[in-house]
Design a protein around this ligand. Sequence first.
Ligand SMILES: Nc1ncnc2c1ncn2[C@@H]1O[C@H](COP(=O)(O)OP(=O)(O)OP(=O)(O)O)[C@@H](O)[C@H]1O
Ligand SMILES: [Mg+2]
Length: 307
Amino acid sequence: MTEAVLQTALPLPILRRGKVREVYIIDDAHLLLVASDRISAFDVVMGQAIPQKGAVLTQLSAWWFARLADLGPSHLVSARTDEILERIPALAAHRDEVAGRSMLVRRTEPMAFECVIRGYISGSAWKEYKASGTLAGEPMPRGLVESARLEQPIFSPATKAETGHDENVTFARVTNELGAATADALRDRSMAIYQRGRMLAAERGIIIADTKFEFGRDAAGELVLIDEVLTPDSSRFWPADDYAPGRGQASFDKQPLRDWLLERQGVGEWNGEAPGPVLPREVVLMTSRRYLDAYRRITGHELPEIV
Ligand SMILES: Nc1ncnc2c1ncn2[C@@H]1O[C@H](COP(=O)(O)OP(=O)(O)OP(=O)(O)O)[C@@H](O)[C@H]1O
Ligand SMILES: [Mg+2]
C-alpha cells in the first residue's frame, strides 16, 4: 500500500486544485484527474489524509464508467497506472504519488450546470421542500417526510459556484441557457445513469440517495459524462440496513468523522471553521475502512493492491 497523499506535485501544468481532486493538463485533448486523499466535512478540508480514499474514488468511478458505457460516452481513457505511466513518461518518477488515484481522460468543454439527481429527499432539497413544498422549484406532493424515497427521482440542476455552495436552479433556467435539446439530454442521461446506479447499489445494501453528474462537450460536439461518477464524494450513500424515513440518515462514509467533529464543537474545541482539528488516528482509519467498504460492497471485490 502506498502512503496517503495530501497533495500531489506532478511535473505537469495544473488546471485546478479542488477540495479533493487535482486536474493536470496532458495535451489539448487530455487531462489527468488525480484524486488526493484529502477529505472535507462541513465544507472544511481536513489537514489529515485518509489512506486509500483517492484510489477508491478513482477506481470506483472507473468501475462505474465501464458499467454505464451503453448509456452514452464518458471521458475515461484509462485509470490503470501502467498504462498512464506509459502514455505520460514525465510521471515515471512519480509512480507512488499517482498509482491508483489517477484517471487519464478526454478533455471536454464542461457544461455550466451540475446535474443532480435526487432519489430521496434530503439535505438542501429537504430544506427547500419544508420551506416551500417545492423541489428544484417544482411543486411536489404534500406530506413527504425527511429522507422519503421518491418513486420518480427528480432532476435538480445546480450552478457551479466558484466559492461557497452551489445554487439550485430550475430546469427552465437550464433550458433557457442551453436550449431544450441539451437540457433534455442532460436530464435524460442523468436519470438513466442514476436509475442504473441506484438499482445496482441497492442490491449491495447501499442507498444512493442523491448524486451529482457533470457533462462536457467533446470536439465533435457530443455530450460526454465527465468528472467522477457515483462515488461517496459525489453522492449521498446511506447504509440500507439503517434506513428509516422521517429522520436524517447516517452517512455511509463520513459519519464517524462528522460525529467526532460535532463532539469537538460541542466541547468548544472547534469553531466549525478552517482549519479543522487534527484528526486522531482512529478516526482516520475508521474513515478509510468506510471508503474501502463502500468500494467492496458496490463492486463485489476488494480494492486491488496494484491498479
Ligand atoms: N473530461 C473533463 N474535461 C474538462 N473538465 C473536466 C473533465 N472532467 C472533470 N473536469 C473538471 O474538473 C473538475 C474537478 O475538479 P474540482 O475542482 O471539481 O475538484 P473537487 O475535488 O471535486 O473539488 P470541489 O469539491 O471544490 O468541487 C470538475 O469540476 C470538472 O469541471
Ligand atoms: Mg468538484
